[in-house]
Structures are given as C-alpha cells and as structure tokens.
Design a binder for this molecule. Structure first.
Ligand SMILES: Nc1ncnc2c1ncn2[C@@H]1O[C@H](COP(=O)(O)OP(=O)(O)OP(=O)(O)O)[C@@H](O)[C@H]1O
Ligand SMILES: [Mg+2]
Length: 559
C-alpha cells in the first residue's frame, strides 16, 4: 500500500481518481488546489502525486516545478493529469520535471498501472538516496578515522622525540656527573695542599663553584630523563599549592594577582612532594615571566574523571580518575611553533643568561615519572594554561572522599545508574556502594528502562546520564515517570556540544550533578534527593513519624 496525493480542484474528478486508487489498496490524500497541494506534499511526503494541470490558482505545471525545486519533495514522482489532446501541456509538464502523465478521460486500469510504474520509480529513487546516505556516512567515517590516525601519529612522534631526548639527556648527565665528581675531588685535593690565602686556592674555589653549578644542571637533566628516584607519599595537591603560594610571594611582584581555586575534594595522589612543588614553582615562574606588565596567575585543583572517549586526547594516560592542577596566566601566550617545543630541554625564548630552557623539561619528566600527563593551551596575546593530570592514588577514591568528611551521607537504598561511559559508571557505582547503597548498572537508555521494569519499586533513585545511546536521558526520564511518577531522578551532565539536550533538565528543575562529579557532592545530592522524596511520600500518606527506621539506618551508616 502506498500513500498517494491527488491534487485536483474538481471534486468529481478527485473522487473518481480516489476511488480507483483506493480500490488498488492505496491510501489517498487530497488537496483542492495547487497551493494546498504543495503544503500537503511537504508535510506528508506522499509516495506519488497525481497533479491536475488545469487549476485556477496555480497550474499543475507550476506546482510540479516547485515540487521538483524543493529538496524535500524532489524525489516524489509526479503524474500529470491533462485533458486529452493538449499536447503542449504534456510537453511543458514533462519539461517542468513531471515523471509521467495520464490523459482525461482515463481508463482505470491504465491509471493504476501508471501509478504502479511511478511507485517503482520511487523505490529506485529511495534506494539510490539510501545508498548515497550510506556512502556519505562511510566517507565521513573514513575521514574521522584518517583524522584520528594523523593525530595519533603526531602524538606518537612527539612521544618518541621526548623519549629519545630524554635518553640522550639522561645518558650525558650521568656521564657528566661522574666527570664532575672527579673534577671536584681532585680540585679539593689540590686545594688541601695550598694555603687559603693563595691566589691558586682562590682560583680553585671558583672551579668548585662552577662544578657545583654544573652538577645542579645535570641533576635537572636527570629529572627530565626520569632517572632520579622519587620519594613518594599519599598527598593532597591542595597542600602542595598552599606551600608553593607561600614560596611565590617574594618571587612574584605586586603587579601580579595570585588566585587559588582549590577543589574541596581533590583526590589524593601518590607523589613526591618536593618534585611536585618544583613542578608547580616552575610553572608559576614561567607565568610570571609571561606577564612583565602584570596580570593574573590562577592555580586550580580538582578531581577529573577521564572517560574512555576523552582518553583518546591524552596519549600518555588511560581512562580513570585523576587529580588535576592547572596554572593559568593572562600573559603573552605562545605561537604554535613555540608551544610545540616547550618541553624540550634547553628550549627557551628567554635571552642568554635569563632562561636555561630546563624548567618545563623538568616538569614534563616529573609528571611522566608519576604516570601523569600535562597539556598546554595558549593563545598569543591572551595567556596560557598548563594543566597536569596525576592518577588518583590507589587508596580507594570513595574511601578518601569520605575519610576526613564526617558529614558524607550514605544509605542502604537501591540506586539504578544509567551511564554509557564505563569509567564514569564504575566510579559512580563504587562511590555509592562504598556509602552503603545497592547499585544497579545500566549502560544505555533501553537497559535502564528494562532494569527498572525488572526491579520495579526496589529502585529508590535513578542516576541518569543525559546523553546516552538508544534512548537518551530525556526519553528514559519520560518512560520512568510513566511507570512510577514518584521515582526521584538525578541527572549527570557534562560539557557536551549537544547542550540543548540538557535544557529540559534545567527547565524541569531536576537535580543535576556535573561531570566530572565530585564524590562527596554526589553522595550529598543523592541523600538529599532521597530524603526529600521520603518526606514527600510520608507527607502524602499523612504519616507523622519521619521514617524512623530509615533515619536510624542513615545514622548508623554515617557513624
Ligand atoms: N606561561 C607561559 N607563557 C608563555 N610562554 C611560556 C610560558 N611557559 C613557558 N613558555 C615558553 O616556553 C619556553 C620554555 O620554558 P621553560 O620553563 O622550559 O624554560 P625557560 O623558562 O625559558 O627557562 P628556565 O625555566 O630554565 O629558567 C619559555 O622560554 C617560553 O618561551
Ligand atoms: Mg621556566
């Protein structure tokens, strides 16, 4: 069965044609003039259009031309219906893009056969259009694959370059250290045989001082090549920032404002505190040097969950939980050719005697030694941000989030998580389980609905990603509310180019936790949402006792 639009101003003709077509099992749409015909054609996209040529407002030929000009209706076959003998109409109609014509008075069987022929044409059009669509998709897919490959190749080249330079620098530094050791040793032996006042003694003192400077250089090179051992402990980046800010005061002039935005619950890292302080200090001093006329230096710490997809952008690290520290300045920024080389040892744009070009090489070495990564954003004339990611220490993220926080609330209810990103889902599940909840995990919208149907009212709360495959968050939300209007939902949102998808969440006033979420904030929001829901239900049922059992359980968990 097909849908056929009959455009004819004469009711009798329209009825006759409709009858013939309906007898053939087709669905018939009608329009009484050209304008209406165009509107219906666009709105309904029929399979075939039967178009009377002689109509008062707009001739069928004109309508046909418009249909064929319009992207949306171009592929719908048009059969013109003309009066017998008016050959000039047939010619004009076919030239205007019509696919076929029938002459009035027509024979029902001929009309039916022409419609069938037109439907076959339509099928071929559709098949070609579908193939085209697939082809375009394939081309786009290949383009993306090529782009990813190119990016990966560039990342690999950069990594190999850094590795090679690191090995070279480490090797030289190591050899040099031994030589310096010998120079220093023999120099002091020679000094032992001289009186301190003698000229030769004073000269040798200079040699020792130069050797010490050289030794400090080689030790910096060793840091870059990751040949130095680390003394690690579990530490909080915020403490590192506080210490460095104190050291900064005398180094940074009045003309630069220093601001710190320290994340409340930055996950701990397993790191060498001294090395991290040096890293941060190097970044801050570079920022100072980039702002000779003053500006603002901002240090930001937070916990970041790097998802599977995002980890593509960070060649050195995989998906997981990271503590991040960013140093932002409003200084001169860097052109791309400088940005590409900043981590190379001895690369500097500062004048002779001003910079050795080792600062960022050390930063890079230390960060890599901690199995982290660093990236740079810079805009000439506007400023620069260096951001470091260090893996969360193996102490359980959730445990440390709740350690030191007496007021992190837990519970024993069942929570259903709908999130397609495995890392985000696992972290959320772990945080919630650690706090006592029973957690069900679904990886797409369909599965959320399926699990909700299966576990029914055992589910006390649903944590939903807004953007999910199969059914997106909005659709899942509607499904859940249809089944159980009272079930509380919290949405997880991240930065997403399809931000319009999160619009409804804000409009409906649904609680939201922003990705990367902070474990403590998630637990607080979950508890608050559950309690509000429990309160609402108790109120609705007229119960005067505020759920003593639940309160008791939470009290126990919190303790
Ligand atoms: N915040 C920044 N803004 C603009 N350019 C920067 C910034 N940080 C680094 N750079 C550029 O990167 C180069 C290398 O930095 P790096 O810290 O490795 O060496 P340096 O600062 O020149 O010397 P050193 O740190 O050894 O005293 C700098 O010379 C500068 O051109
Ligand atoms: Mg520097």
């Amino acid at each position: 069965m097909a849908r056929i639009l009959v455009v004819d101003d004469k009711p009798d003709n329209q009825a006759l044609v409709s009858l013939v077509l309906e007898e053939q099992g087709h669905e018939v749409l009608t329009a009484a003039n050209g304008r209406e015909g165009l509107q219906v054609a666009i709105a309904e996209l029929p399979d075939v259009i039967l178009l009377d040529v002689m109509m008062p407002d707009m001739s069928g030929i004109e309508v046909c031309r418009k249909l064929k000009e319009d992207e949306r209706t171009r592929a719908v076959p048009v059969i013109l219906v003309t009066a017998m003998g008016l050959n000039e109409n047939v010619v004009a109609g076919l030239d205007a893009g019509a696919d076929d014509y029938v002459s009035k008075p027509f024979n029902a069987e001929v009309l039916a056969a022409r419609v069938r022929a037109a439907l076959r044409t339509k099928e071929s059009y559709d098949a070609v259009a579908e193939l085209n669509r697939q082809l375009r998709q394939e081309i786009e897919y290949r383009r993306q694959v090529e782009e990813t490959l190119e990016k990966k190749e560039a990342q690999l080249r950069q990594a190999q370059k850094m590795e090679a330079v690191g090995t070279l620098a480490g090797g030289i530094a190591h050899e040099f250290n031994n030589l310096l050791q010998a120079i220093r040793g023999y120099t002091t032996f020679a000094m032992d045989d001289l009186e301190p006042g003698q000229q030769a003694h004073q000269d040798l003192e200079q040699v020792v001082a130069a050797v010490d400077r050289a030794a400090s250089l080689t030790s910096q090179l060793l840091r870059f090549s990751r040949a130095e051992t680390l003394e690690r402990e579990h530490l909080n980046l915020n403490d590192t920032v506080r210490i460095v800010i104190k050291m900064l005061r005398p180094l940074i002039g009045e003309h630069i404002d220093v601001e710190a935005h320290l994340g409340e619950d930055v996950c701990p890292v397993y790191a060498d505190p001294g090395s991290l302080q040096q890293v941060l200090l190097n970044l801050c001093i570079n920022a100072r040097d980039a702002m000779p006329l003053g500006g603002k230096l901002t240090i930001t710490t937070r916990t970041v969950v790097i998802t599977d997809a995002e980890s593509e952008n960070y060649p050195d690290i995989g998906p997981g939980v990271y503590a991040s520290i960013a140093v932002t300045d409003t200084g001169c920024g860097m052109p791309p050719e400088v940005k590409d080389r900043v981590f190379e040892p001895f690369f500097t744009t500062k004048g002779v005697g001003k910079g050795t070009g080792l600062g960022l090489a050390i930063v890079y070495g230390v960060v890599r030694q901690h199995k982290g990564t660093i990236d740079v954003y810079s805009e000439p004339g506007r400023g620069t941000t260096f951001r470091i990611y260090l893996p969360a220490s193996h102490e359980d993220v959730a445990a440390t989030a709740s350690g030191g926080h007496e007021d992190v609330p837990g519970g024993t209810e069942t929570i259903l998580i709908g999130e397609d990103d495995a890392v985000v889902r696992e972290v959320a599940a772990r945080v919630l389980r650690r706090a006592g909840y029973t957690v069900l995990e679904a990886q797409d919208g369909d599965e959320v609905v399926r699990m909700f149907d299966e576990h029914g009212r055992r589910v006390s709360l649903v944590l939903l990603d807004v953007v999910m495959p199969k059914l997106d968050g909005h659709a899942v939300y509607a499904e859940l509310k249809r089944r159980h209007p009272g079930v509380p939902v919290i949405f997880c949102t991240g930065y997403d180019p399809r931000a319009d998808q999160t619009q409804f969440v804000h409009e409906a006033g649904i609680p939201v936790v922003e990705k990367p979420f902070d474990p403590v904030r998630l637990l607080q929001l979950v508890r608050r949402t559950l309690d509000e829901q429990a309160g609402a239900e108790a109120g609705a049922g007229g119960a005067s006792e505020p759920l003593p059992l639940q309160a008791l359980v939470h009290g126990m968990v919190n303790r």
